[in-house]
Design a protein around this ligand. Structure first.
Ligand code: SF4
Length: 85
């Protein structure tokens, strides 16, 4: 069925629960967007949640990315984690 099941890219890149060292996680990654607006087909705003430029910027729930998770493609963005400076 379309739209169900886990996103293949999440498996390929081992998307998983993040580290206690938060700078290894999505929230500190260059590819993370924390305020992606999810719309219905009619254009109604349904939710604001995380997305990733590598995993895909789609409306489907399968693309949801959590800030406290991580994957093998994480690229540290120091501007997103001020405490490392
Ligand atoms: S590349 Fe990986 S670590 Fe970075 S935002 Fe996407 S899923 Fe998270």
């Amino acid at each position: 069925m379309m739209g169900t099941g886990r996103l293949k890219k999440k498996d390929d890149l081992h998307y998983r629960k993040g580290s206690t060292g938060t700078h290894y996680n999505c929230e500190c990654c260059k590819n993370f967007i924390d305020n992606f607006e999810v719309h219905s087909i009619g254009g109604r705003l349904l939710a604001v949640e995380g997305r990733c430029r590598i995993m895909g910027m789609e409306n489907s729930r399968r693309y949801r990315i959590r800030p406290d998770h991580r994957c093998d493609a994480q690229e540290l963005d120091r501007s997103k984690c001020w405490w490392l400076k």
